[in-house]
Design a protein around this ligand. Structure first.
Ligand SMILES: *Cc1c(COP(=O)(O)O)cnc(C)c1O
Length: 391
């Protein structure tokens, strides 16, 4: 990191972080290094492990470039890459828990995160207690001497509850528990986890960092104090993403700022338009002043991305299928954060345990891509006609 780093604005760092052209014969980008074996020149250097790179699984210059850039943008001490967002979550949790420990996990976390806790961690003797994402400082009442980790995701997957991270972190730290945050929605650009008390921040880089729906990648960033445990577990689990996926992460990162600006503007415009539609009962988007999470979002975040949800007025699943099946621009499928718009039905009532999902009708999650918003509105408008609620 250059000594001028702190004076430079985020967009400048996006273009320069992690790059060392002089070490790459002047080429602007760090190329894809492939490799398992790294040779040592002497027996002494082998035994001292005294060089930057020692084995392919432990990192390459391509990996180091992206790790350095993400650590700098998140504001953490060190980043480690993993082959997916879910493996980043799993490794971060495994770094801190032992049999007999308890962890507190927001009821609104990414669903596969729950499965990891309910199956793998349970088998290892770790108890997961789910909490209302809106609990704030009240988390204190759930913390016991066995609590090792408080896991947050803000805003929450699918339902977009904004969490009071500084209040949760203060209560967790008073009990020496580690705060892990899934920061995928805001990206390192719109929420600074370490300035809000987080110890470990997760990115599903698959989403906005890669940004083009063409690779799977995860990142774990930690404070200096939390880094040691994360590094050790990451090493012991043997987590290393493929070199091309890491390169695609680097390539995506350089344009993250401009892409997010468009996702933000188009997302807000679509959210406002949807709020005015007669078919829509509610829009769940924390950057809308009418949203219950708006005040906290405004206090802690510097922007919003293109992912939000809507709750429809009461209608049948068949009507929703008629709406979704005929869409031509909005694709139906998992993941998000690429250049293209997506839509997905969901029902949190099926798996949440600490809170009760109460909704007027079926719910849909939308990712607003980089297309023209008028075209996107026309696609949804035709979909609403098929939904047939106005009759
Ligand atoms: C997609 C997602 C993940 C998991 O990322 P993968 O790369 O698909 O494993 C984790 N957290 C959130 C919030 C996500 O949306």
């Amino acid at each position: 990191m250059s000594k001028h780093t702190r004076k430079q604005k985020q967009d400048t760092r996006l273009a320069h972080a992690g790059r060392e052209p002089a070490r790459q014969h002047g080429f602007v980008n760090t190329p894809i290094y492939r490799g398992s074996t790294v040779l040592f020149p002497t027996m002494a250097s082998l035994e001292a492990n005294a060089q930057d790179f020692t084995y392919g699984r432990l990192g390459t210059p391509t990996v180091k470039a992206l790790e350095t850039a993400i650590a700098e943008l998140e504001g953490g001490h060190r980043t480690l890459l993993t082959p997916s967002g879910l493996s980043a979550i799993a490794a971060a949790l495994l770094a801190f828990v032992s049999a007999g420990d308890e962890i507190l996990v927001a009821d609104s976390v990414y669903r596969p995160n729950r499965r990891f806790c309910d199956h793998v961690l349970k088998r290892l003797g770790v108890t997961t207690i789910y909490y209302d994402p809106l609990i704030g400082a009240g988390i204190e009442s759930l913390i016991t001497e066995k609590t090792r980790v408080v896991f947050a995701e803000s805003p929450g997957s699918q339902t977009f509850e904004v969490q009071d991270i500084p209040a949760i972190a203060a209560a967790a730290h008073a009990a020496r528990a580690v705060v892990i945050l899934d920061n995928t929605w805001a990206t390192p650009l719109y929420f600074k986890p370490f300035a809000h008390g987080v110890d470990v921040s997760i990115q599903a880089a698959t989403k906005y960092i890669v940004g083009h729906a063409d690779a799977m990648l995860g990142a774990i960033t930690a404070t200096e104090a939390a880094s040691r445990a994360v590094e050790k577990t990451h090493d012991e689990l043997g987590l290393c993403p493929g070199p091309e996926d890491v390169y695609l992460g680097l390539r995506g990162l350089r344009s993250l700022g401009v892409r997010l600006e468009r996702h933000q503007t188009s997302g807000l415009e679509m959210a406002r338009w949807l709020a005015g539609r007669p078919e829509v009962a509610r829009v769940l988007h924390p950057a809308l002043p009418s949203d219950p999470g708006y005040a906290l979002w405004k206090r802690d975040f510097t922007g919003s991305s293109g992912l939000f949800s809507i709750v429809l007025r009461p209608c049948t699943q068949a009507a929703v299928a008629a709406m979704l099946d005929g869409l031509t621009l909005f694709g139906m499928g998992y993941s998000w954060g690429g250049f293209e718009s997506l839509i997905l039905p969901f029902d949190p009532a099926a798996y949440r345990t600490a809170t009760t999902w109460q909704a007027e009708g079926p719910a849909l999650r939308l990712h607003i891509g980089l297309e023209d918003v008028e075209d996107l509105k026309a696609d949804l408008e035709a979909g609403f006609a098929r939904l047939g609620l106005r009759a």
